[in-house]
Write a protein of this length. Structure first.
Length: 237
């Protein structure tokens, strides 16, 4: 059963669960190498669910066709669609899971209202663009000295110009061996089309983060978490 659920203004629900995915799972080794490679889009082998064939699709550095940068984009896609009849349409409700290796549970991402997504010849993929920005070599005042970590709106240009979202958020880097040593920071801020990002340019020094003895980067893997609570949405009168 999910122990934590939170929604964001884009209608995306995130929850934590001990129950694994029902239909398919994939493990990516050395994910950092994938983000540094020239591969823009990774597609899994197909699996079957609901009488159709599907793929998981990952854009390790964001889906550029949606102008997503410095984010992870995660999609479900129809496989072998050319074998379907002309004019085909498939309506599906789906959830995507990401395993927290440290806590042995899953973050589940889905439409907050459980809305069906319509797959068809001109729309083969549906999914989510994650909102955590993680600069492994720093950004802004922390460039080259610190790891930068922030929360950002995806595609903020879709918001009305007078719309502001007040949110409380916590960003964490988990310690591999000792939960009492997890690193976290909490803040509140207003997000809008003109102020889309909030966080810390100097979250942790790079030498400390990269030191194998620090416990934050183990076997080329680090585990990040975010909790977001939207307290209000304001529009100009």
């Amino acid at each position: 059963m999910a122990s934590l659920t939170f929604n964001d203004p884009d209608g995306i629900s995130r929850s934590i669960s001990d129950v694994p995915p029902t239909h398919y799972s994939i493990k990516i080794e050395s994910f950092s190498l994938l983000t540094k490679s020239s591969i823009e889009r990774y597609q899994s082998s197909y699996f079957e669910a609901g009488g159709y064939k599907w793929n998981l699709v990952i854009y390790p550095n964001g889906n550029k066709s949606r102008n997503v940068k410095e984010h992870l984009s995660f999609y479900l896609a129809m496989a072998e669609s050319n074998s379907l009849k002309t004019g085909w349409e498939v309506y599906a409700v789906f959830r995507l899971f990401v395993l927290n290796q440290n806590k042995d549970n899953y973050m589940i991402v889905q439409d907050a209202m459980g809305k069906e997504r319509r797959f068809h010849g001109m729309k083969l993929e549906w999914g989510f663009d994650q909102k955590i920005r993680f600069f492994a070599n720093g950004n802004g005042a922390g460039l080259g000295t610190h790891l930068s970590f922030s929360l950002a709106l995806v595609d903020p240009t879709t918001l009305p110009s007078d719309c502001k979202i007040y949110a409380e958020y916590t960003l964490r880097i988990l310690h591999e061996y000792n939960s009492a040593r997890h690193l976290y920071a909490t803040a509140t801020d207003w997000f809008s089309a003109s102020s889309e990002e909030s966080g810390w340019s100097r979250y942790i020094t790079l030498p400390h983060f990269r030191n194998p003895l620090s416990g934050f980067l183990a076997k080329d893997t680090c585990i990040l978490e975010a909790e977001v609570t939207v307290h209000g949405v304001a529009n100009a009168l």
